[in-house]
Design a protein around this ligand. Sequence first.
Ligand code: XMP
Length: 327
Amino acid sequence: MDSNKRPDTMARITTKELADAFIAQQIEAIRKQVGDKKVLLALSGGVDSSVCAALLIKAIGKQLVSVHVNHGLLRKGEPEQVVEVFRNQLNANLVYVDAVDRFLDKLAGVDDPEKKRKIIGAEFIRVFEEEARKQEGIEFLAQGTIYPDILESDDGIKSHHNVGGLPEDLQFALVEPIKLLYKDEVRVVGKALGLPDGMVFRQPFPGPGLGVRCLGAITRDRLEALRESDAILREEFAKNGLEGKVWQYFTAIPDFKGVGMENGKRTFAWPVIIRAVNTVDAMTATVENVPFELLQHITARITTEVKGVNRVLYDLTPKPSATIEWE
Ligand code: XMP
């Protein structure tokens, strides 16, 4: 039987009971596959890698070495949450790599979106490879591949997991415990494993992270403004019942400044663009009709609380003609 094909008899996991049964079955399968060997995993903190890690921790505990690379392009609070949940709560064998300077130095002055993506992907592999070489006795690589990744790719490997580019001498056998699950099932399993809602019901976030939202050449000051404005947007959407209702929402900051006023003085600062969209498959998207008063409130907060920002714009463009991300 093709192990990458979901059996027709497999019931959709929609309840805690079904999730618990899946977890028990996978724990047994993982233990059988891995034995007493060590497994390496790149833990981004996204839904798929987090659920994969939590499942492996349940099955083999500290035999799983999770590597969290902080590339400086994560949202506010994300690296801290990974450490809190995995190291402190789940007692995981977690290697936290602060690679912020490495990534930002490599990205300095690069304004072409495709080049930025390539640099982020290549540097990620380099950092992960260095950590892999420091570990002894690793025989397996775990990946949070899910069923749509298999359906969408020819070779069944999730390319944006970024560990597909490891050198020849670091080719491990793969452990992919959630590869037959759809996204909604991954979330049900994640909840049953006790992961926090903020991790399990997280909105989609691109691999290159805030790198595609800090437009043009990335600078540390704009990246900071991006992180802070995104945190305000998320907080206000959560407070006003839009979290979980709107498919994806975030801020982007272009690489130009405009004139403004503060305390009677002229300012020269960046605009922040708000994007909030709904979609089924991300191929097309419509813009959320956010209440105007809420947009005004968010604007007031961003312009007073975020350094270096004097305007807020709302992106009214559906996909197409726009894409969801600005890049
Ligand atoms: P676009 O901008 O093409 O985005 O309309 C469609 C969806 O894909 C997300 N996106 C990514 N997701 N790795 C990911 O896992 C990536 O490199 C990546 N780039 C874009 C984007 O956030 C949107 O949800």
